[in-house]
Design a protein around this ligand. Structure first.
Ligand code: 5GP
Length: 191
């Protein structure tokens, strides 16, 4: 069992059998040592891929992205969840359906910060149905940048995101993959 799986078993909480709460170390209070190890792990897995930028989505992806970017020595660009419809032409836009809040929202990133010669590593805390990741992939591709892969902390393997994004040819590296969970049991995929 790896460090993140151990921590999930120790401090994670399963809600309604499909939401895992990790507020005490990843989503609200942040365990910086753990984030540092997550950064190391993504660096190990993608260090030979010519990564020029780490891309994520606000808010919970940012801390993970920052720690990862530190290892690669590259900037972080985080997509913003837009409130206004007055978006200028210099902004790339995608629509995402939120799994946790069950609504659609718009994500944006300035064209200035994603360029055609970028090789992007997308990182996020969770992969569920994969819609946040697809929105980020779309922003990168609208900019003409290459998506080298996705680094995910916790993939819920019983939801469709991982399967469908891998089927489109993208590389996903998940530190923990949960195949099954209930209030008193979490089963990780052997990797
Ligand atoms: P997706 O777009 O893959 O369906 O969902 C990804 C986003 O929803 C993640 O960025 C994360 O914020 C949130 N999310 C999805 N499932 C969970 C979960 O089980 N626990 C938590 N804390 N967030 C989740």
């Amino acid at each position: 069992m790896n460090f993140l799986e151990e921590r999930i078993l120790k401090d994670g909480q399963v809600l309604n059998s499909d939401i895992l709460k990790v507020d005490s170390f990843l989503n609200h209070q942040l365990d910086v040592e753990l984030l540092d190890r997550i950064g190391d792990e993504f660096y190990e897995r993608f260090k030979d891929d010519g990564i020029t930028k780490i891309v994520t989505i606000e808010a919970s992806g940012i801390a993970i992205a920052v720690m990862t970017a530190r290892k690669f020595g590259v900037p972080v660009v985080f997509a913003k969840k837009a409130r206004s419809r007055n978006l200028d032409a210099e902004v790339l836009i995608s629509t995402v359906h939120s799994f946790t809040y069950n609504r659609d929202y718009t994500i944006t990133v300035s064209r200035k910060y994603l360029e055609p010669d970028d090789r992007i590593l997308i990182v996020d805390d969770f992969m569920a149905n994969g819609l946040a990741a697809e929105g980020l992939i779309s922003l990168c591709e609208q900019a003409g940048a290459d998506v080298a892969g996705l680094g995910i902390c916790v993939e819920k393997g019983f939801q469709e995101g991982g399967k469908s994004i891998r089927a489109k040819g993208y590389r996903i590296e998940s530190i923990a993959i949960i195949d099954e969970m209930s209030e008193n049991m979490i089963k990780f995929r052997e990797q």
